[in-house]
Write a protein that binds this ligand. Sequence first.
Ligand code: TPP
Ligand code: MG
Length: 341
Amino acid sequence: MLHEIPREKQLGIMRAMLLIRRAEEQVIHFNEDYTDLIRGHFHVYIGQEGTGASVCAALEPEDYLFTTHRNHGHVIAKGGDPKRVLAEIIGRETGYCRGRAGTFHVAAPELGILHTSAIVGGCLPLAAGTAFASQVKKDRRVTIVFFGDGAMEEGAFYEVLNIAKLWQLPLIFLMENNYRRSQRGLPSHAAAELAAIPRAFNVETRVIDGANAGIVYKTACELVRRARAGEGPFFVEARTHLWPGNYRALPKLIAGETKINWAWEPDGVPQAARSWHAESDPVLLFARELLKQGETSCAEIERLDREVREEVAEAARFALASPLPDPKAALDLDFAGGRDN
Ligand SMILES: Cc1ncc(C[n+]2csc(CCOP(=O)(O)OP(=O)(O)O)c2C)c(N)n1
Ligand SMILES: [Mg+2]
């Protein structure tokens, strides 16, 4: 699989995955090491990096991306500056949305991320809108909408799936199935197989291992190319195993920060998360794949990780040193054009 992906691309995906992992660990530190830095609860993308990083590596900068309450990883993967992402998460004026959006709604129009909604399924109709605009304008931009398995319980999902197929929109539905809902023990969907639903709407559908970055990248390249050529829409179900620190709405580093050498020295993984890191951690799985392929050494991967850690530490310093928005300006951005309009 990996031999089909240029080495520079492989290392770019590894770097993006590490950047997301280290940034999300920092977000958890923001919550655990400080008081009231993050107001309310939050979600992290740990465990799903193989999907977001690899899909975004197949996109062009001008392509549109929509995401969810679990958005930090997608914004970074689309080229987001970790400084501005972390600053937004802790509500600072230097954040992508000038501190007004916070952890749940990080959006960056300059990266093709026009809006982020924490309403489950909330971005699906908006994604159909940009895909329709691209079709009308013939600008060859593709829209990708990330959402969780839970969004397939929402009515908007079915309307968008239907109209996207009828109008053959350049839209890719990227459903990240982390089985979080079913872990509560209650069935949350009547369908035996979620992928059967888009198939019933005659939407070409792939079910892939979302923790296998190589497979995700290859699938995304093909579908993005075909969506750009007018063959869309497409549906992808990317399956991952829920990171055990993620179960509740206040994620915890139950095994501490990930050590990259666990990829080749698995005995070091603490018992609390041993089986997950050994079998399901997309970052460690991809590092292992690179090593197996033989063109990348442990030292190179460690160097990449060190660089990324420094970048995230610098981003955290930037975010913490940034000012909160001026309370008097709270209403300034309510309406396009300012409060006088
Ligand atoms: C319309 C709506 N209903 C309920 C919620 C509360 N809620 C937040 S996350 C979540 C679970 C969503 O599951 P999924 O879409 O699979 O995302 P995951 O957290 O598993 O990544 C729910 C029900 C919400 N934000 N919006
Ligand atoms: Mg889910």
